[in-house]
Design a protein around this ligand. Structure first.
Ligand code: SAH
Ligand code: SF4
Length: 359
């Protein structure tokens, strides 16, 4: 792969249209190019037969088509597939996880989610997260975010129905590239996904949550809460020292009021740390502020990352106790879901593989 050219997927629809018009081609060509690149996930500019040869030649001269390469594919017994990609500059590997969800009654696939990364590594360094132990390698470009979807669809010859930003990295600390990727993901001419089928998971960058509420295509938010007190949150999420719970929850309320999109709070119960009756009461109160649910997530073992310090005192609350904890939240008026497949659920493990295999 050549590194000196930019990928065409780094351009939004408006940017590509402007480029094409400046080069003397009619604007409607943008629509045809978007269809070929995104809807049909083409792997070659020469295959875009809907546009004339001189425009194909221009695109080839100016742009790369793909920004990443699939280097490893691992299929799990539960139907999920982990993809490892190498970035074009070979600075790092990133990961995406494909997850088919089955309808319990018919056993047919009713949706297919793809968990994608927004960074190689992550600068936030949460103590419970394997990606956090890597530090930040670099932000992903817009094309590198989008290509996780395009390459998976091309490889599997299947359409993904939902995207979750729950892989490596903190999406709101790579704000402009993530926003541009949302612009293309949801663009009607790309024919990919509606904004209601995209969930962005964030550790809680309050000012960027407010900024995203003003984006023309706001998506669903998942907030990695994991604590009901600033004291405990500060111990597991260093960045929360600058963004306290009041600031974060105010920003979430603001987001809901502006977008009317329901909120998910992600919460890992850590044994004896954040799973008390008082935590359940506080969670219920938080979840009543705006339409939302608390998603209880099992703590995935990350001891392979060589943990140090406070991380070594974190243990998962056993499943029976998580169920009890969930009931208490419900008794106090909160809404709860429990990610059930303890141990095998790879959604929670999303982002952990690249560390163990990719570097
Ligand atoms: N940076 C974003 C998105 C990537 S992490 C965020 O923090 O939200 C995606 C989810 O995985 C987050 O909810 C995160 O808290 C969770 N997670 C990280 N490490 C985990 C682990 N060891 N076990 C379970 N969930 C984990
Ligand atoms: Fe980064 Fe999210 Fe992991 Fe924290 S949990 S280190 S924000 S990827």
């Amino acid at each position: 792969m050549e590194k000196n050219k930019t990928s065409i997927k780094n351009l939004t629809y408006n940017q590509l249209e402007k480029f094409i018009a400046e080069k003397g081609f009619p604007k409607y060509r943008t629509e045809q190019i978007f269809k070929a690149i995104y809807t049909e996930s083409t792997d070659d500019f020469d295959k875009i037969k809907s546009i004339p040869q001189d425009l194909r030649d221009l695109l080839k001269k100016e742009f790369l088509l793909d920004s990443i390469e699939i280097t490893k594919v691992r299929e799990s017994v539960d139907g999920s597939i982990k993809f490892l990609f190498q970035l074009a500059d070979k600075s790092a590997s990133i990961e995406a996880v494909y997850m088919p969800w089955f309808d319990e009654e018919t056993n047919e696939i009713d949706r297919i989610s793809l968990c994608i990364s927004s960074m190689a590594g992550c600068p936030v360094e949460c103590s419970f997260c394997a990606t956090g132990t890597m530090g930040l390698i670099r932000n992903l470009e817009t094309a590198e975010i989008i290509d996780q979807l395009i390459l998976v669809e091309r490889y599997l010859k299947k359409k993904v129905t939902n995207i979750v930003f729950m892989g490596m990295g903190e999406p709101l600390l790579n704000y402009s590239n993530v926003e541009k990727s949302l612009d293309n993901f949801t663009h009607p001419k790309a024919g990919l996904l509606s904004r209601r089928r995209i969930t962005l998971s964030t550790v809680g960058i309050a000012n960027k949550i407010e900024k995203l509420s003003g984006f023309h295509s706001p998506v669903k938010l998942a907030i990695s809460l994991h604590a009901t007190t600033n004291g405990f949150r500060n111990q597991i999420i260093p960045l929360s020292k600058n963004i306290d719970l009041t600031t974060l929850l105010d920003a979430v309320e603001y987001y809901y009021r502006k977008t009317k999109m329901p909120i998910t709070y992600e919460y890992i119960p850590f044994l004896g740390m954040n799973d008390t009756d008082l935590d359940a009461k506080r969670l219920a109160k938080i979840s009543k502020r705006v339409p939302s649910r608390i998603n209880l997530i099992p703590f995935n073992d990350i001891s392979f990352a060589g943990l140090k310090g406070f991380a070594t005192s974190l243990f998962p609350t056993p499943k029976e106790l998580v169920v009890e904890f969930g009931k208490k939240i419900v008794e106090n008026g909160g809404r709860v879901t429990i990610r059930d497949t303890f141990g095998t659920d790879i959604e929670a493990a999303c982002g952990q593989l690249a560390l163990s295999e990719g570097k």
